[in-house]
Design a protein around this ligand. Structure first.
Ligand code: NCD
Length: 309
């Protein structure tokens, strides 16, 4: 059974094929409107979500399939103490594919080991968020025309930001990529990403606390929210939450073709004044998320059918 738990579950060829399918869906949506007729997608969300859950639901609907699920742990049997493993077995009786977001790192992996249908990780604690990364890759490909040879600045909460961890893991596999990691000292990228992804693959990167000093070197600027829900101490969150605020004045220092991405939701990291700038891609990015999820659902269901044939 094929699942998507982390970006390492996909080869470069898989990613290229998902991007090609998403581009074809964008060009010919009607061609895909029946490909999941009679299939059901279950969304199991133990943590808040707007974009990820609704884009998965919209994606399945636009493929002609149906959706079911829950959007908070309290309304599911998790509130009665059911394990993720048991829930995965139960949902396998109702749905053809399931998407799980969980506050615990590794929960979707546990689900995948117990499910008899494909499981997609929609964010596990501060760990990974592979479908956001597929969204980011499609956005970068559409904006830049390539996924190679560029300097990517990641700014904000690099410690707890799961989208950052998955994006670095994916982009590190493309040629000519350089990272600039911009964060407060307390929110630096975890050592395991540094050692196992960056150093192991000899990927050039620099760490800095100063966004303005590096802005002019970036081809992509990936802003992130300080992850309030992962802090142990509210005082630390309050002290760090507004570490970086991208304004039109600061953006004036960036390259004319720098693409500004953000997985959203934004809090204060990008002032609304930036939204009208042609370099602001974060709302286009949301739409890319729906199309790449359509491509992913189609790919995993086809793989499952092949296996069963
Ligand atoms: C991200 C997440 O859930 O990790 N949101 C999303 O899915 N687009 C980013 C965030 O919450 O900051």
């Amino acid at each position: 059974m094929r699942h998507l738990i982390g970006m390492d579950d996909l080869s470069i060829a898989d990613i290229d094929s998902l991007i090609a399918t998403a581009e074809d869906i964008i060009a010919n949506p009607k061609k895909y409107s029946e490909v999941c007729r009679g299939k059901k997608l279950a969304t199991l969300f133990y943590e808040p979500s707007t974009r990820t859950r609704l884009s998965f639901e919209a994606a399945m609907m636009e493929l002609g399939g149906g959706v079911l699920g829950f959007s908070e742990a309290q309304s599911s049997s998790a509130a009665k103490g059911e394990s993720v493993a048991d829930t995965a077995k139960v949902i396998s009786c109702f749905a053809d594919i399931m998407v799980m977001r969980h506050f615990k790192e590794g929960a979707p992996m546990v689900a995948s080991l117990n499910a008899s249908v494909p499981v997609i990780n929609a964010g596990d604690g501060g760990h990974n968020h592979p479908t956001q990364t597929l969204t980011d890759l499609l956005t970068i490909k559409r904006e830049k025309g390539r996924l190679t040879d560029m300097t990517i600045g990641l700014c904000g909460d690099l410690k707890f930001g799961r989208t950052v961890h998955s994006l670095i893991t994916a982009m590190a596999r493309y040629a000519g990529i350089r990272f600039v990691l911009i964060s407060p000292e307390e929110l630096k990228i975890p050592d395991y990403i540094k050692h196992e992804v960056l150093d192991r693959n000899a990927i050039p990167y620099e760490e800095t606390t100063d966004l303005e000093a590096v802005l002019s070197s970036l081809d992509v600027l990936y802003m992130t929210r300080v992850q309030k829900e992962r802090f142990f101490n509210e005082q630390d969150y309050i002290r760090l939450k507004d570490s970086y605020i991208l304004t039109p004045l600061k953006l004036a220092k960036a390259k004319a073709d720098c693409s500004v991405l953000h997985p959203l939701p934004r809090v204060n990291e990008i002032s609304v004044g930036v939204d009208a700038d042609a370099r602001a891609c974060y709302f286009k990015q949301v739409l890319c998320g729906k199309y790449i999820r359509m491509a992913l659902i189609k790919m995993l269901l086809e793989a499952k059918e092949k296996e069963e044939a």
